[in-house]
Design a protein around this ligand. Structure first.
Ligand SMILES: C[S@@+](CC[C@H](N)C(=O)[O-])C[C@H]1O[C@@H](n2cnc3c(N)ncnc32)[C@H](O)[C@@H]1O
Length: 534
C-alpha cells in the first residue's frame, strides 16, 4: 500500500479523500471529522492531476477569487544560484575579504559564526571536510565557479542521508534525455559534475549521471528568490507542480522567511488548471518560447502563444511598411518552429504586404541593440527612442513597453519630484501609466506585482493632475479617483514582503491611502461649506 493511500488518522487503508483539496485521505467519515481542525490550515483549493503533455499539474477543486492565497510552503532545498558571486552559505548575502571569515571546518567564507553553524551549511561543509583540504576563496565580487556546486551538493546530500526529502526531489522532472547534447548539459558536466567528482572526490558515492540529474532537477524546478541580493534559488514541492502559462492565472511571491506564496491573479473556476509564468511576461512570444524551450524543455502552446496578436494586444507586431496603410505585420503563427521560409513571412493585417522573417529579425536586432546601448536614466533618450520606433512598431510593442516602463519611473518618482514635473511630463506620465495598466490587464492579468506597481504610479499622476486644478470639485473628483486606484494597488501588493521593493511600495501605499483619506475629508467639508446657503 502506498503512503498516499493511508488514512491521515489511523494509517489504515483510505477509502475516500477530502472533497475540497483532494489531498487528505481517510478510512471513514468519523476520522475525517476528527482530523478537520488539524487539516483546515493545509486544506488547499487544488488537486494534482497528470496527463501526457503537462505531466503533473494543479487543478482548482473550487472557485477561487483574485487575491486568494492558494498555497504557502517552505522550500525543500535552497542555496546559492548556480552562477553567483561569493555569498555566505548560511544566509546567501554577498561576502568579501572584509565581512567574512573562512568556516573553521571547511574554509568556505561565512559572514558570522551563527551562519557557520547553520544547518543548511552542513552538506557542503561535510563534503569539503571529507576531502581533507579546506577550500580557499580569494576572488570576491565576481562570479565564482566553485559556488555552482553548492546547491547541487545540498541535494546530493539528501540523496545520501535524507531519503524522505530525496524521494520528493527525485520525483521532479529533470529532462535528462532532452538536455543531453545541449550546451547547458555540457556546461553542467564540465563545470559542476567534473568539479564535484574530481575536486570533492565523491566518485565512490555519486555517478556523473546522478549529478547531472540533480542539475536537471534544479534547472527545471528551481525558483529565483529575490529576498537576497544576489537572489538565491529554492525548490518547493507543491509549487513545482504548477504548470506554465504566458498569461497565468496565479502569481508567486515570497514571505520574509523564504516561503513561497501562490496567489490567484484572476478569477479561477472549479476545474481550471492553475498556472504561473516561468518566464518574463513582458517579453515577446518568440523570446518567451525560446527561453522556455532552452530552460524548461518544452515549446509553449498557451492561448497567448497560439494567438499571433497576443490576446489582441499586438505586443510583437510591426507597423506595415506601406506608409498609406494603417495595418500591422505579424506571422501566421508563432507556434511552428520548422516551417519553410515563405511560411515564416510576416503579413499585414490590412493590405497584401508582407516582409520576410529575416528582415523582421534584422530590424528587431537593430532596435534591440539600440535599446541596450541607450544611456540609462535619461528621460530625453527614452522619449527619443519612443519617437523613433513608434514609426516602426505597434504602440504596445514589447520594446516600446520596456522603455515606457523605464520612462514612467523617471518622471516624478516621488512626491517632491512630482510637484516639480512640468505639465507635459505629468500628462505623459499619466498616459504611460494608463496605457501600461490596460496592456498588462489584457496580457498578464495574474501578474499582481507588476499591476500593483503600475497602479501605484498611476494614482500619483491622477492625484497630481487634480491638485493642479483650481476648482475644489475637480480636485475632489481626481482625489477620489486616485484613492480608488490606490486601493486596488494596495490589494494587489498586499502579499509582497517588506524586503522586496514592492513590499516597501505596499507600506508606502497604505500610508498614502490614510493621508489621501484625510485630504479628501477636508476638501469634502470645504465644498460643503462653500455650497451651503448663508
Ligand atoms: C516545474 S515542472 C512542472 C511539473 C511537472 N509537470 C511534473 O510532472 O513534475 C516543469 C515541467 O512541466 C512541463 N510543463 C509545464 N508547463 C507546461 C506547459 N505549459 N506545456 C508543456 N509542458 C509544460 C514541462 O515538462 C516542464 O519542464
Amino acid at each position: 500500500m502506498s503512503d498516499e493511500a493511508k488514512c491521515e488518522v489511523c494509517d489504515k487503508q483510505a477509502s475516500h479523500r477530502c472533497s475540497s483539496c483532494h489531498n487528505a485521505r481517510y478510512c471513514c467519515r468519523e476520522h475525517q471529522k476528527a482530523h478537520w481542525k488539524q487539516h483546515k490550515p493545509n486544506c488547499r483549493p487544488f488537486k494534482i492531476c497528470k496527463d501526457d503533455v503537462l505531466g503533473r499539474h494543479a487543478k482548482a477543486t473550487k472557485a477561487i477569487n483574485p487575491g486568494e492565497v492558494i498555497l504557502q510552503e517552505h522550500p525543500l532545498i535552497w542555496g546559492p544560484a548556480l552562477n553567483t558571486i561569493p555569498v555566505c552559505l548560511g544566509c546567501c548575502k554577498p561576502v568579501d575579504e572584509n565581512n567574512s571569515k573562512p568556516c573553521s571546518k571547511c574554509g568556505w567564507p561565512m559572514c558570522s559564526s551563527l551562519c557557520e553553524q547553520a544547518p543548511c551549511h552542513i552538506p557542503e561543509c561535510r563534503y569539503t571536510v571529507l576531502k581533507r583540504s579546506k577550500i580557499s576563496i580569494k576572488n570576491f565580487g565576481i562570479t565564482h565557479p566553485s559556488y555552482g556546486c553548492v546547491t547541487v551538493l545540498r541535494i546530493l546530500y539528501q540523496k545520501q542521508f535524507l531519503p524522505e526529502i530525496w524521494k520528493k526531489l527525485d520525483l521532479l522532472q529533470s529532462h535528462c534525455e532532452e538536455r543531453k547534447g545541449t550546451q547547458n548539459y555540457h556546461k553542467d558536466r564540465m563545470q559542476i559534475a567534473q568539479f564535484i567528482l574530481k575536486f570533492f572526490k565523491l566518485g565512490s558515492i555519486f555517478t556523473e549521471e546522478d549529478i547531472l540529474k540533480v542539475c536537471g532537477i534544479l534547472t527545471v524546478n528551481s525558483h529565483e528568490v529575490p529576498l537576497t541580493n544576489p537572489p538565491h534559488i529554492a525548490i518547493y514541492e507543491k509549487t513545482s507542480m504548477f504548470e506554465h502559462n504566458c498569461s497565468s492565472n496565479c502569481s508567486k511571491t515570497f514571505t520574509s522567511k523564504g516561503n513561497v506564496v501562490l496567489v490567484a491573479g484572476s478569477r479561477v473556476n472549479k476545474g481550471d488548471n492553475l498556472s504561473i509564468c516561468y518566464t518574463d511576461p513582458l517579453w515577446g512570444t518568440a523570446n518567451r518560447r525560446h527561453h522556455l524551450n532552452e530552460s524548461k524543455y518544452f515549446w509553449c502552446t498557451c492561448k497567448r502563444c497560439s494567438d499571433p496578436t497576443e490576446l489582441g494586444t499586438y505586443f510583437s507586431a510591426l507597423r506595415c511598411q506601406d506608409s498609406n496603410c494603417k495595418g500591422f505585420l505579424l506571422p501566421k503563427t508563432f507556434l511552428d518552429n520548422h516551417t519553410n521560409e515563405n511560411e515564416r513571412d510576416w503579413h499585414c493585417t490590412r493590405c497584401p504586404s508582407s516582409i520576410s522573417w529575416y528582415s523582421v529579425q534584422d530590424l528587431l536586432d537593430r532596435i534591440g541593440t539600440d535599446l541596450s546601448e541607450m544611456p540609462k536614466g535619461d528621460p530625453a533618450e527614452c522619449k527619443s527612442f519612443l519617437k523613433t520606433y513608434e514609426e516602426l512598431l505597434h504602440p504596445n510593442h514589447y520594446y516600446l513597453t520596456d522603455v515606457k516602463l523605464a520612462l514612467l519611473q523617471m518622471l516624478g518618482n516621488d512626491d517632491d519630484e512630482m510637484k516639480e514635473l512640468d505639465e507635459d511630463d505629468l500628462q505623459l506620465k499619466l498616459k504611460l501609466c494608463q496605457n501600461l495598466v490596460g496592456l498588462v490587464k489584457n496580457l498578464a492579468p495574474g501578474e499582481r506585482r507588476i499591476l500593483g506597481f503600475l497602479l501605484y504610479k498611476l494614482h500619483g499622476a491622477v492625484a497630481e493632475t487634480g491638485r493642479r486644478k483650481n476648482s475644489p470639485d475637480v480636485i475632489y473628483g481626481s482625489l477620489m479617483e486616485s484613492k480608488k486606484i490606490l486601493e486596488e494597488a494596495v490589494d494587489l501588493l498586499k502579499h509582497q514582503p517588506i524586503e522586496l521593493p514592492e513590499g516597501k511600495l505596499h507600506k508606502e501605499a497604505l500610508a498614502n491611502l490614510k493621508e489621501l483619506g484625510l485630504v479628501i475629508e477636508t476638501i469634502h467639508k470645504t465644498i460643503g461649506e462653500l455650497s451651503s446657503p448663508l
